[in-house]
Design a protein around this ligand. Structure first.
Ligand SMILES: [Zn+2]
Length: 304
């Protein structure tokens, strides 16, 4: 058999693919590590929460795209020892590599878009509810309970069309009375969709149904849409005027119990009527439900 020399283009092509695959895979890993370093350099839990919420999914997607490019380049090395010149097989392999690389990138995209938010949500809850320390005294602070049902607006926002409400977490140092207020922009946070179960429910718009006055709290309705299954939900919130430290300093402290609980599941068995399952957002709701519970007339809203 005659020895056929490998064409300079083919040999250059294969060389480039090896180097390219290494560069792309390394870039993905480095991108991820740099992101983790930035996260761990943020000491304040609230800032850490906001940074992770705004950046984590985007950065993980970039990593997935890098791996997609690396995969595409690796596929271009398939059977490279047998290829001497540019022929049909070269283009067939090129098409396969584009397909394979896109697939890896796209699957990564889907995972981080729809599946990963569930994991992210748990991570964010941890940073939101880890007890804060008073920087002045080092004392552990506690989270007030009053604010969890209330949303707030930045001053002057009631007049605006595109307002976005804010959740306030108010941490109190019981020994000194120091107050730390943390603002969470509710529309950036993804909630669990009742329909598909993914954490892909986001605020689309908000409407003030009753403005808050100096004496009375108002009402604001948030309209949510799931980015995955497109189902909708509307929920009403109290719109509070309390905004400053002094508003909270004089409050009689009532602290939030079990603040990191995300879901309460109840299963009630009846000897004759079988069993029913219910889900609640918090313990108070579940307790209220139990005190009024009647197997035959039970509330369908919480049934699963
Ligand atoms: Zn959904």
């Amino acid at each position: 058999m005659e020895y056929v020399e490998v064409s300079p283009f083919i040999s250059f092509w294969h060389q480039s693919m090896i180097i390219g695959a290494i560069v792309a895979a390394t870039a993905g890993i480095v991108w991820y590590l740099l992101y983790q370093i930035r996260v761990s350099s943020i000491a304040d839990y609230h800032l850490k929460y906001e940074f992770i919420n705004a950046n984590e999914i985007r950065n993980l997607k970039v990593m997935a795209y890098c791996f997609g490019v690396a995969t595409g380049m690796l596929i271009n090395l398939y059977a490279s020892d047998k290829m001497k010149d540019v022929q049909v097989w070269f283009f067939a392999r090129l098409a396969m590599s584009i397909f394979g690389g896109t697939l890896v990138g796209y699957v990564g995209h889907l995972i981080f878009e729809y599946y990963y938010p569930t994991i992210l949500h748990k991570k964010l809850l941890k940073w939101r509810y880890t007890p804060r320390r008073n920087p002045k005294t080092g004392n552990t602070m506690r989270l007030l309970s009053e604010e969890e049902e209330d949303v707030h607006l930045e001053s002057g926002m009631q007049a605006e069309e595109n307002m976005f409400s804010i959740d306030y977490d108010v941490w109190v140092d019981e020994k000194t009375g120091d107050v730390k207020i943390e603002k969470y922009r509710g529309h950036l946070e993804a909630l669990q969709c009742n329909n598909c179960g993914f954490y892909t429910m986001k605020v689309q718009r908000e409407e003030i149904t009753k403005p808050a006055t100096a004496e009375e709290s108002g009402e604001l309705v948030k309209y949510y849409e799931c980015t995955y299954c497109k189902s909708n939900r509307a929920t009403a919130f109290n719109l509070s005027n309390k905004q400053t430290e002094s508003d909270y300093k004089n409050l009689k402290y009532k602290f939030r119990q079990n603040k990191d609980i995300d879901l309460v599941k109840l299963e009630i068995h009846s000897t004759v009527k079988g069993k029913k399952q219910y889900e609640f957002q918090n313990i108070e709701e579940a307790q209220k439900f139990l005190t009024e519970f009647d197997f035959d007339k039970s509330d369908k809203r919480h049934e699963v």
